[in-house]
Design a protein around this ligand. Structure first.
Ligand code: 5GP
Ligand code: ZN
Length: 114
């Protein structure tokens, strides 16, 4: 997926501020942060969106959620609270077609989102 920004971040062809990495997952600061804590967590495998999650690849999603808890603790928002969001498709405003989970925290977050 040579034209995918997040695949290029995984390959280190585009720099990012990495907060966690293992064999299957990468987490890094969003370039345009919407909150004091705004991390993106992605599977290294190119999965276009939540619509492409299935029985064959869903193990990495469970792993991502365990990593999210660890990152929330490391960045000091585990107890104060945080939000996990994945935008899927155009009505949700998905702008990068590589599955990613936003972790937002460090301030009071409004609900519902716009
Ligand atoms: P989406 O709108 O698809 O839910 O989220 C995509 C997110 O990726 C946006 O919050 C955007 O700021 C972030 N983003 C886009 N390009 C880059 C990049 O090159 N580096 C980083 N760190 N974040 C990016
Ligand atoms: Zn990709």
């Amino acid at each position: 997926m040579e034209n995918c920004i997040f695949c290029r971040i995984v390959e280190k062809q585009i720099p990012s501020k990495i907060v966690y990495e293992d064999e299957n997952v990468l987490a890094f600061h969003d370039i345009d942060s919407k909150a004091p804590v705004h991390i993106l967590i992605i599977p290294k495998e190119h999965i276009p969106s939540l619509n492409d999650v299935n029985q064959q690849n869903s193990q990495v999603i469970a792993h991502i959620f365990s990593v999210i808890v660890q990152i929330a603790e490391n960045l000091g928002v585990k107890d104060s609270g945080y939000r996990v969001v994945t935008n899927c498709g155009s009505d949700a405003g998905q702008s990068v077609n590589h599955l990613h989970f936003h972790v937002l925290g460090g301030r009071s977050l409004t609900w519902p989102p716009g």
